[in-house]
Design a protein around this ligand. Structure first.
Ligand code: GLN
Length: 533
């Protein structure tokens, strides 16, 4: 296609309707017809990125190959499309303003009053167009965070209005709304949708397609009514009924012909058929597992499942690869002790200790690791989970009683996890961790090598602290080896205990790279080990 087409996805009525999943599902359908698609998220908060946000505020922070800390929706985009995203796929109000203010200080707007319109809106428009610059994509889907009517999202909505006006038939707006069911009346109600379209119209945007979240089917009459009151064609009223798994949504959208309506409205011939063989297989296996296994996830954000989104999704992918339903048993690390851990792990086939920051829950993580190490229970430690495995081994096997990470105890006499020189100089908190993809060399004849079947891998990072190489000999001599290294910086990336059936800790985050098309080998092997245990 000569020019990229722009699809904007806005939301109305309430937040959490699943714009990210709808965007990813539409993208999957377009991709399955042979088009190249990318998805971008615009977040209306003033943080430059979500990296400094507590997961309770905003769920998991997802990291791209190029080291951007982003919204968890980018994870959905990658999991569905199997195409990496980048910094350009995640924009926040903070980033937009920062860039405009930096330009102002440099004198780029000399003589002018810098204003929301046109300067902020132009910066937003440029960030949207940037993705299509190298003609890599046929479609750029831009999801606007928040709900229409929010004060924060106004400049984004205005930017969409302008782009729609400028691009005419090369762009369209999909508005996602809610059609609630009132049980007292026994009826689906369309008024909230009508109101939210009115709100959008007040800002000058007529949506082209309405995707209506609902718990019950929308019959013809309701569709007609919505179409009539909202000025859209009846077949552009798309039902999005609650699904048992997010991986069903592309199929539901296909049945509703969302992608066909999109193509038609953008004047593109609906030629190629969908190529969804891989997805079909995936969903069949997901719904008909042959085995079942319990895996404990030990972390401190267990009340908020979104905090570990990529991990839970990676388990779904790895479960499918093993024809297995993985039941995650969420264990709050703060409540775990050496005394109660055996009880907590009854019926559990394997244990994952989650990433994290700070002191809270550390003792419970260490108690868990001691137990699984001593009882040959398969273990995967991710980032802080790997660091805790190192601390536990130092204390209980090597005999360094007060071994710790300097993140939790700067006075320890055995700082087995500590800051590298580069990080010691860092003052600012935002975007200054070791972030993004780095190479890792894997040693032969190790568990890591059997898992990855490769000598060189690349995985994404998000941490400040590192294995302290001064202690490497002590660990290797006592039976914990460094099976993966970043050879350039001489950093330990993977540790394992060869005498244990499956004990591996990784400094990086494998969960970010697991997709429907490519379940992550580490999770696949871990689930297989849990099944065997
Ligand atoms: N808090 C640890 C560090 O900064 C681990 C981070 C993580 O688990 N993502 O190194």
């Amino acid at each position: 296609m000569p020019n990229a087409k722009y699809i904007f996805v806005t939301g109305g009525v309430t937040s959490s309707l699943g714009k990210g999943i709808i965007s990813a599902s539409l993208a999957t359908l377009l991709q399955s017809r042979g088009f190249s698609v990318t998805i971008q998220k615009l977040d209306p908060y003033i943080n430059v990125d979500p990296g400094t946000l507590n997961p309770y505020e905003h769920g998991e922070c997802y990291v791209t190959n190029d080291g951007a800390e982003t919204d968890l929706d980018l994870g959905h985009y990658e999991r569905f499309l199997n195409v990496p995203t980048s910094r350009a796929n995640s924009i926040t109000t903070g980033r937009i303003y920062k860039s405009v203010i930096d330009k102002e200080r440099k004198g780029v707007y000399l003589g002018k009053t810098v204003q929301v319109i046109p300067h902020i809106t132009d910066e937003i428009k440029n960030s949207i167009k940037l993705l299509a610059k190298n003609k890599l994509y046929d479609f750029v889907i831009t999801e606007i965070g928040g709900t229409v009517g929010d004060i924060e999202s106004l400049p984004y909505i205005e930017a969409v209005r302008q782009m729609k006006w400028e691009m005419g038939k090369n762009s369209l707006v999909i508005h996602l709304t809610l059609v609630p069911f009132l049980s007292a009346a026994g009826e689906l109600k369309t008024k909230p949708t009508q109101h939210s379209v009115k709100a959008l119209l007040e800002y000058g945007i007529q949506p082209d397609i309405l995707v209506c979240r609902t718990e019950h089917e929308l019959n013809k009459d309701i569709r007609k009514k919505i179409a009539l009151f909202c000025n859209v064609e009846p077949d552009a009223v798309i039902e999005s009924i609650d699904a048992s798994t997010i991986y069903d949504v592309p199929f539901l959208m296909k049945e509703e012909k969302l992608d066909e309506v999109v193509l038609r409205k953008l004047h593109i011939k609906v030629e190629q058929k969908h190529e969804l063989g891989l997805w079909n297989k995936f969903i069949k296996k997901l719904k008909n597992p042959q085995f079942e296994v319990n895996i404990a996830l030990v972390g401190k954000y267990t009340e908020l499942k979104d905090a570990y989104k990529s991990i839970t999704e990676a388990f779904i992918h790895a479960g499918v690869a093993n024809n297995t339903k993985v039941n995650l048993i969420w264990l709050s690390s703060e409540k775990i002790t050496n005394e109660n851990i055996a009880d907590r792990l009854i019926g559990v086939g394997a244990v994952l200790v989650a990433p994290g920051f700070g002191e809270r829950g550390i003792d419970g993580k260490i108690a868990t690791i001691k137990y699984v190490r001593e009882n040959n229970i398969p273990f995967l430690g991710i980032c802080l989970g790997m660091q805790c495995a190192v601390i536990e081994f130092a204390r209980n096997v090597i005999g360094f009683e007060d071994a710790h990470s300097t993140e939790m105890n700067s006075e320890t006499t055995h700082p087995v996890i500590s800051l590298i020189e580069e990080q010691k100089r860092v003052v600012h908190k935002g975007g200054t961790m070791r972030l993004g993809a780095y190479d890792c060399q894997i040693k032969e004849n190790t568990l890591a090598h059997r898992i990855y079947k490769s000598d060189l891998i690349s995985e994404r990072h998000r941490h400040r602290f590192e294995f302290n190489n001064e202690y490497l000999h002590d660990f290797v001599n006592a039976g914990m080896i460094n099976s993966g290294m970043n050879t350039k910086a001489h950093l330990v990336e993977i540790v394992e205990i060869p005498s244990h059936p499956f004990f591996i800790g990784v400094q990086f985050h494998p969960e970010y790279k697991s997709t429907v098309a490519q379940p992550h080998p580490l999770f696949v092997s871990f689930v297989a080990a849990a099944l065997k245990a």
